[in-house]
Design a protein around this ligand. Structure first.
Ligand code: AMP
Length: 216
């Protein structure tokens, strides 16, 4: 299976698509933001050092990111969906030295729509499932459909941090999009389409015809 890099502004639906590719086609979803939040929850040394960056909406320094993902990239070299990595040119160059990446998918989304989606995102306190209130109907009770726990707003989904994350995307991650485009590896998708439509387009474009056993 190929390795896929998912690029796009926060709120563009990378996590949702990565999860569908995992469930339906057996990819391994590597979500760097989740790895970082896990470090904070477990109060590890890295977790304590990155708290300020995460809360402000700034990118975490590359050295912490490399320490966390190095074991993953050394043990698994195919079938990875990289969600939230690389976000800097240095990370892209690092990735290229580690594994083969022939396809990067860029989820194109307007800043204003991203801001609206992030302010309407809720996350389950317990299992960390994501919900977008813009996509739920009026009877939605703000309880997790998987484990019935309370949903909350992510601490970095506040106005100031959202603006800084969008700024970081334009300044530090846009050059990564050019990096993959220069290597003829870039596929663009319209991130305003509904999640199932985007998933079907990806399956078709990537020629994913032999689904593995479905994962829950
Ligand atoms: P996300 O879960 O993708 O929205 O990321 C949440 C936060 O984690 C970001 O705002 C950054 O502070 C940090 N982060 C995630 N991925 C990276 C990365 N590749 N490089 C640096 N910081 C990151």
């Amino acid at each position: 299976m190929p390795n896929l890099v998912l690029l796009g502004i926060q709120g563009s639906g990378k996590g949702t698509q990565a999860d569908l590719l995992r469930k339906n086609y057996g990819f391994t979803h590597l979500n760097v933001g989740s790895l970082l939040r896990e470090q904070m929850r477990n109060k590890t040394e890295i977790g304590n050092n990155i708290e300020g960056y995460m809360a402000r909406g700034d990118l975490v320094p590359d050295r912490y990111i490399f320490t966390l993902i190095d074991p993953v990239l050394s043990s698994k070299t195919s079938g990875l969906v990289l969600d939230g990595f690389p976000r800097t040119i240095k990370q892209a160059e690092y990735l290229y030295q580690k594994i083969t990446v022939k396809i990067a998918i860029y989820f194109e989304l307007d800043d204003e729509i991203a801001k609206e989606r992030l302010s309407n995102r809720r996350v389950c306190q317990k299992c960390h499932e994501n919900y977008n209130l813009l996509l739920t109907n009026s009877s939605f009770q703000e309880k997790c459909k998987k484990c019935n726990s309370v949903l909350e707003t992510r601490s970095d989904d506040n106005k100031e941090a959202i603006n800084r994350r969008i700024e970081a995307f334009h300044q530090q991650t846009k050059p990564v999009i050019k990096f993959f485009s220069d290597k003829q590896s870039l596929i663009k998708v319209n991130a305003t389409d509904k999640p199932d439509i985007i998933h079907h387009k990806l399956v078709k474009t990537l020629n994913l015809t032999t689904p593995a056993i479905k994962k829950v």
